[in-house]
Structures are given as C-alpha cells and as structure tokens.
Design a protein around this ligand. Sequence first.
Ligand SMILES: [Zn+2]
Ligand SMILES: [Zn+2]
Ligand SMILES: [Zn+2]
Length: 345
Amino acid sequence: MRTFACARCDQLVFFENTECLSCGAGLGFRWADRELITLTDEFVGPPRCANAEVANCNAFVDAEGELCASCVLTTTRPADAQPEELEKFARAEAAKRRLLFELGELGLPVPSRREDPEGGLAFDLLSSRKAPVTTGHADGLITLDLAESDPAHREQMRVQMGEPYRTLLGHFRHEVGHFYFPLLAPEGSPEVDRCRALFGDDREDYGAAMDRHYAEGAPEDWAERHVSAYATMHPYEDWAETFAHYLHIRDTAQTAVSYGVRVAGPSPPRRVAADAAALDFVPLERRQSMRELLADWIPLTYALNALNRSMGADDLYPFVLPEPVVEKLELVDELVLAKAGAAAA
Ligand SMILES: [Zn+2]
Ligand SMILES: [Zn+2]
Ligand SMILES: [Zn+2]
C-alpha cells in the first residue's frame, strides 16, 4: 500500500479514510487512478459509492447511487435485515478493497463479471448462519464464508487447521490466485508447461488429492518445497498459496518503502535497499526482480517479527521461503509482469 497525503494540510492520511483527521477535509478513494482525493470545497464533491454506509466504502463514483469498481464485483451479500452479518460483510469488503488496490498496482486486469459474464471476476460474500458456505473459487466466482470476518471463529479455524496465518485478505489473495492461473498460464501455452514443471500437474484428480490430504496430512518434509502445508495438497493449491505469498510480499514491501522503512540485515548478504522508485509498481521495467525484492524482504521480515514479539504478538510473517519456493515466486512474478505488460500495451 502506498501512503497518501491530505491535499489541503499535507497530513498523512490512509487508504480507508473518509476525512482528514487533522483539517477535516473530506477524502475519498478514486479507483480510476487509485488515488485518495481531497475535497477542497466542503459543499461540492463527487457522490459516494452506494455502499458508503453498509460497507464503510470511501470510494467516489461518477453518479449518485452507483457502486464503485470494488463493490460492484460483489454479486451476493447479506440482506439489509441482518445487521450482524452486514458488519462481517463490511470487514470482508475492506479486505477486498486492499486486494483490488494491489491488483491495480501490479497492472493486472480485473475484468468484472458484469462486463464479461464468461471470464469475469465476481464475489459472493455469504453468511453461513443458516446453511454451510465453502470459501473457494469456481470459474471466476470467489465465495467467502463471512464467518471468517469474526476473529474468534477465524482463530479457532486457524488452530484447528494448524495454520500459522489466517486472515480475510489472505483468503482473497489465495482465491484470486486460482482466478489468475488460466489467465497467466493458459492451457496449451508454454507458460502452463513451466508451471507444471515447478508446481506439478494441475490436471491431477483434485478429489482424490483432497481425500489423501485430509486423511494423511502433508508429507513431513513439506517445508523443503512448499510455502505451506496446504500447498502440498494439489498443484492447483500450491499455485494459489504461492500467488497469495507473492501478493503478501509485494504489498508489504511497497508499504515498507512508502514509509521509508529500511532494514540493514542480518544476512542474506546486505545490499543497499532500493530507493522508492525501484519498488514503484509502475513503470513495470523499473520493478525490482523477485530475487532483489526478497533480498530486502527477508531481513525486513526478521525485523517485523521481532517488533511483533516485542509487543507480545505472533510473528507478522511466520513463513520460511526455501529455494524451490523462491523459484515458484520468480515464475509467478514473471507471468504477472508479462500479463501486466500485455494489458498496458
Ligand atoms: Zn487535511
Ligand atoms: Zn464501494
Ligand atoms: Zn485454493
């Protein structure tokens, strides 16, 4: 995430803000160029997204009653008569806005299902109060069980599943990885062959892989080749887990650089941290390579984890990236850059 400043008083303001806490100027997010806009005149400004109240959405839109580019992707949400579920929905939408901001920063196309009923992206944010909901992805439709917005439920699931990390944003980053796989590595392309060489063959029987995973668990040596135990279940999940990490790393590194955070080691060997331009998400040719980025990222995670421990909190980035995972991340990066380059051309 980038930092933003109030155009009236130059105070630091944040992605989620609707007004400047220093001077009171109205603020709103504009998806067209991903900028936080300051209202210089307190009486006139563009209309707010129709989800301004229900989802705490701070986006500006072109016409009264419209949904913004993020909210419009949600095709199903709780009814207005379910206030508790709406609160969870608002938290899920906040995480989804961060996902979409980063996809935009990376230059990845985000086709909406309304424009492209076959290949577009859509979200069903569903309450599982009355009927079970499975979080997942199918043909561009991402489904989220809104129970995941409840920290108590999420922590219980995290412990039950033996996961070191579980967040709403993490769910979205994983599921959108499934969405992008056929876009970045279409069937029959050289890219999909390269993915299969690294991740395994995603055409392998998914049901059988799932049964095996839940019966036997991950192989003992999973951490030598995979970023998570879940990634061992099936090549399809390995891709999605790796893609999620790619988004974790690129976004968190962008945030660090935006705030001027530099960490001087310990090893991997110290290299002078890139200046802000190197981490700018555009132009693409100036973007740091995955290995350059990781040389900054790994020491940064040591520092971030140490800071969290000082506060008695769990590690911010409780993961290890062995060489095979670095190679997978490099491939994801290469395919994302190629797609972004093609979209820009
Ligand atoms: Zn201000
Ligand atoms: Zn909105
Ligand atoms: Zn998955």
